[in-house]
Design a protein around this ligand. Sequence first.
Ligand code: GTP
Ligand code: MG
Length: 224
Amino acid sequence: MSPEEERAQDYRERKATKLFSGRVDFLLSAPQLKFLPEPTVPEIAFCGRSNVGKSSLLNALTGRKAIARASVTPGRTQELNIFEVGEPTLLRLVDMPGYGFAKAPPKVVETWKKLVRQYLRGRQVLARNLVLVDSRHGLKDVDREMMTMLDESAVGYRVVLTKADKIKASELAKTVEAVAAEARKHPAAFPELHVTSSEKGMGIAALRAAVLQDALGESYFEKS
Ligand SMILES: Nc1nc2c(ncn2[C@@H]2O[C@H](COP(=O)(O)OP(=O)(O)OP(=O)(O)O)[C@@H](O)[C@H]2O)c(=O)[nH]1
Ligand SMILES: [Mg+2]
């Protein structure tokens, strides 16, 4: 990055951090699409395997400790949890149920699959998906399945590596390379990965700015 680009990025991150440090409220949990709020503002959805760190990332992005419940028991989130950002509300964050939880009964799996698929395909205000992938594990078949499903919907997605603090830098570099290579084969995936740690704050400010750009567009950053 040139010094000028760095300044611009710094400005975007500060602007995003300012918005996210303002009003963020839990709105509701939707077990079915009919419980979703009116589609009045853009939404950003957090997808990923059970236990990958979706709720923790949502907490980190909003700078709260526990606005989204980080679960001790994997596979706990079975509904679409909706959070509102801004006063008045400018965007919503959607914490999705985790997939690939081995112990979940087939009936539960079917129910959330249907819910997630309907949401991804039918939600007009869905601006961007974040597909979270554990840095230690890289892509699993359930992630590939999810990415393929997302390729078929009209919405682009960012691949976000989580828990980067849990592995050595050399291992991390290998995962980044492998996941990026696969992401390039998915038409709806952004080529650039986000490497994050909700625990240590790594990559969080940049992701915050990216999410805001996705939801509100360039014009948001142009206003003073
Ligand atoms: N070290 C470390 N641990 C993390 C990080 N992010 C999440 N965790 C831990 O991983 C576990 C799962 O995190 P959650 O945020 O609950 O994961 P989730 O994807 O929301 O899980 P489900 O809602 O069950 O699908 C928790 O014990 C977190 O504390 C991280 O960046 N670093
Ligand atoms: Mg969760």
